[in-house]
Design a protein around this ligand. Sequence first.
Ligand code: FAD
Length: 471
Amino acid sequence: MKKKISVIGGGISGLAAAALMSKENEVIVFEKSDLLGGLCQTITSGTTNYYLGAHHLGGISKSGPIGKILNQLAIDYDETFIETEYLTILLDGKSHQLPVKLSELSVYITENFPDETAVEAFIQKLISYQQAFIVNDDALLLKMFMETSQKSFNQFLSEYFTNELLKKLLLSFGPGYGAVLGEDSAFTVLSLVISYSIGACYVKGGPQKLIHKLEQQIITNGGKIQKNVECLELLVDKETAVTGIRCKELKTETIFEIETDKIISTVFPFNILPESCQKLRNSTKMKKLEKGPSVFRVFAELLEDVLGLSSDNTYLGKDTSPLMKEQLYLAPSSDKLPICMISLPHKADPLFNESKRTIMFTFLLHNHKEKVELVAVLKLIREAMPEVSDKLEAPFALENDDYSKVVSVDEGSVFGWIRTGKSVQNTNSFSPVFKGINGLYICGNWSTDFGVYGAFRSAYKIYTILEENAT
Ligand SMILES: Cc1cc2nc3c(=O)[nH]c(=O)nc-3n(C[C@H](O)[C@H](O)[C@H](O)COP(=O)(O)OP(=O)(O)OC[C@H]3O[C@@H](n4cnc5c(N)ncnc54)[C@H](O)[C@@H]3O)c2cc1C
């Protein structure tokens, strides 16, 4: 029997969930903004993409788990994605090209660090964890979680390697992609490394294309999408089961309520949980979680190739070991270029334009209210990378307020909870089913998962739970 499913939030996770579930159910998506996509917004001007959010996607491959979900959604992988093979890491004034695929990573480590003797054991361990992600097997994932969440990534690496440079290179996805450092949970850093090893890619023409395909799928399936509608509160029967949602039509300021059997929430749960439910055990656990960072992005035209930059680069700075913590975030008081991601258009993108390449620097901010000045950031770039700075033209920053429009909580949050060991454990205790309130599921950034990969993964997880319950 068809269920009434309401999805709160029209970001990638809400749209993926709705696209999957609207084939069999009566699905409606409520999005408070007049644009779909949430943190996957792209502004395209001529042949240039200005990414407000995600652009380099991990965990997406033709034969991997997300590939299968895309198949189910009739999204053609080859038509939609461009694969990348390595990440360039700028460390101590040198650039290193680290392969993302495990077979190539194994060759890279063996050739460049011949004294290391445990390369095979390390790669085999990662392959076993990769399997857990590929088959989406909770028992295998739990095993990985038990083995890695109580130790830091540094500790994990020290079980295999002695070379400090190698350990820093292997950390590279952590700081830029997930705000996690070597001293933070090995589980989180490994999840990033493993998802990118399954597949690293871009959406041809920008992530908005993927958003558009999901939107089309929902409509084809007979699902509904209501933009400019904010969900104000969940309606919960005696604190045990969802019965509906209270919403506001933002253009007309009309408040209305709808009945629903299931709710898939992709938004910060405390903004919609009724007060009476906030004392539930899950809620008190969630209260302890710290919200993740926001971002500051600088764009400029890059006049020519420099420093061997590829499409995706992570700047790890100079002698990172003791200072890394201070270098993770950009702050008004920063006197040194912090860790950042530096991205260039991929040559295989249909929008690629040789004579007009837009370089993008992404910095993490504690929150979007911190006022950072573009001129101060350009000075830091000049001091740290004069070769790059000399080749930049027409720099501009997306102002912090531009980000407050796309990040869905007041402080801004790129990936929901900040992923330290403790929050990993807390989020695991409630996701994707919100224990205590029947019919409430959490998907995307505010679940255990994050990133575009996590959005698809958590949406699919809810889809399979509902399918199992239906049979
Ligand atoms: C600058 C930046 C760079 C990133 N880079 C990458 C990357 O390279 N690779 C990667 O995989 N990930 C990246 N991410 C993370 C990725 O974008 C997110 O993890 C993902 O898009 C989250 O999707 P979501 O659907 O869970 O949440 P969101 O995108 O936040 O969607 C939630 C939606 O809900 C809406 N909403 C909020 N409250 C309400 C309400 N009360 N009622 C109705 N609607 C509401 C919001 O407007 C929003 O559209 C990046 C994020 C940012 C910001």
